[in-house]
Design a binder for this molecule. Structure first.
Ligand SMILES: Nc1ncnc2c1ncn2[C@@H]1O[C@H](COP(=O)(O)OP(=O)(O)O)[C@@H](O)[C@H]1O
Ligand SMILES: [Mg+2]
Length: 233
């Protein structure tokens, strides 16, 4: 279980996160939704122990973040891809598996390459991959091991609609063994989450299941919730 309690974070004089308290439910997909620059990546970095928070407390399974011991429980996909450009796609998967201390079978490697539709390009060097292909490879890497927590920062940017649907099906299948926390600024993706956290003005402005939020605000899509929140300012 992930708990954030009264988290605040500033960069110089700019407050990016203000007094954020959230519980992230296990075995669900929680979506963090907010416009660009609203602090989603910063929140995730605080959660990963990559960025220091100024106030409050973050715990994962009752262990205070940051703690190295937590890292093998977490699969993380960064917003900017961190791949080895002088290796092929397949080699990247094998190398990351090795880094996670996993022996990955040929069959499993093939299955995740198929899942993100990179089978045709698996022997190409990553430096010749397009942005979308790198994104898909990064996603494939998070599927190598089944960590207790999967934290994905805008995982489907640059991925075409059909593949995006397959990936979301896969994410829902992963719920059985993992807790997923995903950022997005795409509204139709938000509707696919079990729980949503809407960010506005450095705070969580609304939370609940997509349906609950729509009912609370009496609107038919999440965009309109943001418009209403804008009006409340
Ligand atoms: N390392 C940093 N130093 C200074 N400002 C930063 C840094 N990282 C992010 N910011 C600022 O914090 C705000 C939130 O950024 P970010 O968390 O990346 O938002 P999002 O992921 O929602 O687009 C932005 O105004 C951004 O410019
Ligand atoms: Mg971001």
């Amino acid at each position: 279980m992930i708990h954030l309690k009264n988290i605040s974070k500033r960069f110089g004089k700019q407050t990016v996160l203000h007094d954020i308290s959230v519980e992230i439910a296990p075995n669900q997909i929680t979506g963090l939704l907010g416009p660009s620059g609203s602090g989603k990546t910063t929140l995730i970095k605080c959660l990963m122990g990559m960025e220091k928070y100024d106030a409050g407390l973050i715990t994962i399974n009752d262990v205070t973040v940051p703690n190295r011991k937590l890292l093998n429980k977490i699969g993380y996909m960064a917003q900017s891809d961190s791949l080895y450009h002088d290796l092929t796609g397949k080699e990247n998967i094998e190398l990351f598996a090795h880094m996670y201390g996993k022996r990955i079978s040929k069959k499993h490697t093939q299955a995740i390459l198929d899942l993100v539709q990179l089978d045709q390009d698996k022997h190409k060097l990553v430096e010749h991959y397009s942005g979308g292909m790198k994104r898909r490879l990064s996603l494939a890497i998070t599927f190598i091991h089944q960590p207790e927590f999967l934290i994905l920062d805008e995982p489907t940017v640059g991925i075409d609609p059909v593949l995006k649907m397959n990936i979301w099906e896969q994410l829902h299948a992963l719920k059985e063994s993992s807790t997923l926390f995903i950022t997005t600024h795409i509204m139709d993706e938000a509707m696919k989450c079990d729980q949503l956290l809407l960010m506005k003005n450095q705070r969580i402005a609304a939370s609940g299941s997509p349906q609950e939020i729509l009912e609370t605000y009496g609107v038919s899509d999440i965009d309109q919730v943001f418009l209403k929140l804008e009006g409340e300012k």
